[in-house]
Design a binder for this molecule. Structure first.
Ligand SMILES: C[S@@+](CC[C@H](N)C(=O)[O-])C[C@H]1O[C@@H](n2cnc3c(N)ncnc32)[C@H](O)[C@@H]1O
Length: 308
């Protein structure tokens, strides 16, 4: 459910900061974020789909809404990033990113900032990237003019993991089905019911969740944004359909159980089956179906090389 249409930009940004600060420590576990081979493979595939080719390097890279580092750190550890500046509106998420970057031994500069006002000089980066962030930003035109300003001529933007309007509606079906099947599933796998205390239900992560999202995109709307700030060569593609339906169903059931009581065998099955469905999406559906049918949208565009 998106933020109320009457919510002010300040309220949306405040809610995003508090929600993501509260979510930071459990974020990687909740979303199954991996910083090994699987995570690297996933993000490289997204980059290739968004750009239509695999770049040798993204050079000096700025990430917007970097969160705990899923996108940029997984690109960095496979040599696809020269220098990395990771930004986010949530200090908590960046703290978690810095911890992981240290473990991965990749140097990162972290800067707490919102996307619409970037504290960087003109023409300081070769690439501006982001994953699952545009849908949280109140004024996208203002943000894209900032991306354009901080990019060097010929530089590119790459944004992946943006929810499509159709995908958002579609995800409601496995979420409902997962919740309905949850009692039977818990009995079958021997997991205990997770009882939320009133205190937990009132904490920021639970109570603010419905207010953090501002947009769900149709490809035509997303495609229209970069040219308004001067970008050229805009591309929008779609990804993930059956993997997402499956993933939301699994996650909805699992979220009703005490995490420690979910058997490892089940977790392995859920993860492997999700990866198998991702292969069906990659190899069979994505090459043939229109972008709007997919759950996630990928966007890329270029700042003209001759820009002055
Ligand atoms: C769904 S999370 C995605 C995090 C990470 N990119 C990933 O894919 O795991 C969205 C991130 O965007 C950040 N965010 C939300 N609103 C923002 C804004 N206006 N400017 C910059 N970052 C923002 C949040 O704090 C959060 O870390």
């Amino acid at each position: 459910m998106p933020a109320s249409p009457t919510a002010t930009p300040e309220h949306i940004k405040d809610v995003n900061t508090r929600y993501h600060d509260a979510a930071a420590d459990s974020y990687d576990a909740k979303w199954g974020i991996d910083f090994g081979d699987i995570g690297q493979h996933q993000v490289a595939l997204k980059l290739k789909k968004a750009l239509g080719e695999m770049p040798e390097t993204l050079g000096d890279t700025l990430e917007i809404g970097a969160g705990t580092g899923y996108f940029s750190l997984n690109l960095a550890t496979q040599g696809l990033i020269g220098s990395l500046t990771a930004t986010d509106i949530s200090p908590g998420m960046l703290k978690s990113l810095a911890r992981t970057a240290k473990q991965l031994d990749f140097p990162v500069k972290t800067v707490v900032t919102e996307a619409e006002v970037l504290p960087f000089e003109d023409e300081s980066f070769d690439t501006v990237i982001g994953h699952a962030v545009l849908h949280h930003i109140p004024d996208l035109d203002q943000a894209f003019s900032e991306f354009f300003r901080v990019l060097r001529p010929g530089g590119r933007i790459v944004f992946c993991g943006e929810p499509s309007r159709y995908g958002d509606r579609l995800a409601a079906v496995p979420k409902r089905t997962g919740n309905l099947l949850a009692p039977v599933w818990r009995r079958l796998v021997g997991a205990d019911t997770l009882e939320h205390t009133e205190e937990e239900m009132a904490d920021d992560e639970h109570s603010l969740e419905p207010e953090v999202d501002v947009h769900a995109f149709v490809p035509a709307d997303l495609r229209a944004i970069p040219p308004r700030s001067g970008f050229v060569d805009t591309k929008v593609n779609g990804e993930e359909l059956v993997a997402n339906v499956w993933g939301w169903g699994m996650r909805s059931m699992e979220s009703t159980a005490t995490p420690e009581t979910i058997p490892l065998r089940w977790r392995n099955f859920a993860f492997k089956s999700y990866i198998a469905f991702q292969k069906v999406d990659n190899n069979v559906l994505e090459p043939h179906l229109p972008a709007e049918l997919f759950y996630n949208l990928l966007l890329s565009a270029k700042k003209p090389a001759s820009h002055k």
